[in-house]
Design a protein around this ligand. Structure first.
Ligand SMILES: [Zn+2]
Length: 249
């Protein structure tokens, strides 16, 4: 009888611990999800984190940090397979190195936008000129594509009120995202995909990466995310299409 009591007690304690760990993990995940909205409240500028598509199930898939000769062609292959359009926030110096990849993105109907020239920390790195980073990248993109980009995304979501002002005066709207594919609590491609699929809402902007670090897991998660959203009735559109969409009243 005594042994049974002890077993029961141990089971209760372990269950309690597991529930606690689950709860903390869930809360961290939820907070990370909401963070992208919080940053907006400090500024009197319009920072875009999602589109307003009403009940229409549109979603924008965006990729930062490319073009990259290893990962971007794989991303393009997947997008082609599922016949969807995406938006690439590219790094200027990578564009200068791999202009052919940018041409392929445009030829496939994707959108190319501005993610600085050298991917610096625009807040801490005082030697960096935000204006030069933005303008130079715009020029290199335009020289390859013939189109001047209109959206700017600061590296690692680091920006100040001045960054927004400089972006706006250079002809850009600052665009962040609603949910990121790469997340420290999502250790496998399946977990990465499930977290993003669970967050599905009309008008959201998904952030993924196609360069700078090892993106093998992102590439594996991508088809799962696309299939998950398509199963829920979503259509992938470019950022411009998402933000220009006027929901029926
Ligand atoms: Zn980046």
């Amino acid at each position: 009888m005594k042994a049974l009591k002890w077993t029961l007690l141990i089971v209760i304690v372990i269950s309690g611990l597991l529930a606690g760990v689950f709860c903390v993990t869930w809360m961290q995940d939820e907070l990370a999800l909401r963070k992208s909205y919080l940053v907006v409240s400090n500024f009197n500028h319009e920072i875009i984190t999602k589109g307003d598509t009403g009940k229409t199930k549109l979603v924008a898939l965006t990729f930062d940090d490319g073009p990259d000769p290893q990962y971007t062609p794989k991303v393009l292959e997947i997008l082609k397979k599922y016949q969807i359009k995406a938006t690439f926030f590219v790094v200027g110096e990578n564009c200068a190195d791999y202009p052919e990849i940018i041409r392929q993105e445009i030829k496939a109907g994707h959108e190319v936008e501005n993610h600085t020239y050298t991917h610096p920390d625009l807040v801490k790195d005082r030697a960096v000129s935000t204006e030069e980073e933005i303008v130079r990248t715009g020029q290199v993109i335009e020289s390859i594509t013939g189109r001047k980009p209109c959206y700017f995304r600061p590296p690692k979501r680091l920006f100040t009120s001045d960054t927004v002002k400089i972006a706006e005066s250079s002809g850009y709207q600052l665009v962040l995202w609603t949910i990121g594919v790469e997340h420290r609590l999502s250790k496998t491609p399946e977990k990465m995909a499930n977290r993003v699929i669970k967050a599905a809402k009309p008008g959201i902007i998904i952030l993924a990466h196609d360069g700078r670090l090892n993106r093998t897991k992102t590439i594996e998660a991508l088809p799962l995310i696309i299939k998950g959203y398509q199963k829920k009735g979503y259509r992938f559109v470019t950022l411009q299409e998402l933000l220009a969409y006027a929901p029926p009243k």
